[in-house]
Design a protein around this ligand. Structure first.
Ligand SMILES: Cc1cc2nc3c(=O)[nH]c(=O)nc-3n(C[C@H](O)[C@H](O)[C@H](O)COP(=O)(O)O)c2cc1C
Length: 180
């Protein structure tokens, strides 16, 4: 799939996945796309755990009460950063941005390979879910799971979000109000 088609076709899928395992070669290709992402000062801070053991996948999936993509995922990719990130430039740490860049690369790779996913962040932060999953997977206390991606082949159509038009959010050469 062409890059611009992958960008246009990516969407957050929260419906059920087909009962169709994802080959490790595809999982590796997706995570490799995450590894290729830019990172502040090339610190390459994000760590990745790929969960494809069916028992673990089911345990994590059963933690979500409503999101069918999480409930029926065929695999998960978890992105980890340091709990207390060190600065890499003039007192600034970029681990959250590093992680976000990796996730977007992976979402595009997921789309290009015919799978779907959804960026799960807020849900992980409440009710100690990040810690509970971390304990399940041997994550050391200095690391935190920041983003979880459920993966699979969509079993049904799911609504696509409209994006605001270019003119409402982007301008050449100066900040402008709509209609200027
Ligand atoms: C930083 C961030 C956090 C997000 N957290 C969640 C989440 O916890 N649960 C969820 O279902 N979607 C989450 N999303 C997905 C957004 O809701 C989704 O991208 C947005 O509604 C636009 O829809 P689209 O992805 O289909 O374009 C998150 C997206 C981002 C970028």
């Amino acid at each position: 799939m062409d890059l611009f088609d992958a960008i246009a076709n990516r969407y957050s899928y929260r419906g059920p996945f087909r009962d169709q395992p994802i080959p490790r070669a595809d999982l590796r290709r997706i995570v490799q796309a995450g590894l290729q992402a830019p990172s502040g000062c090339n610190a390459q801070t994000t760590r990745f755990i790929i969960v494809d053991d069916p028992a673990l996948v089911r345990r994590i999936g059963s933690m979500h009460a409503t999101n069918q993509a999480v409930q029926t995922a065929q695999a998960f990719i978890l992105c980890l950063i340091d709990r207390n990130p060190d600065s890499v430039y003039e007192g600034y740490a970029f681990q959250v941005e590093d992680c976000a860049a990796a996730v977007e690369n992976m979402l595009l790779a997921i789309t290009a390979l015919g799978y779907a996913s959804v960026w799960i962040d807020g849900w992980l932060r409440v009710e100690r879910r990040s810690e509970i999953i971390g304990e399940m997977l041997g994550v050391p206390p200095e690391k935190v799971i920041r983003i979880l991606l459920p993966l699979g082949v969509p079993a049904q159509e799911w609504p696509r979000r409209e994006k605001k038009p270019f003119e409402e959010r982007a301008w050449f050469n100066r900040y402008a109000q709509q209609g200027e």
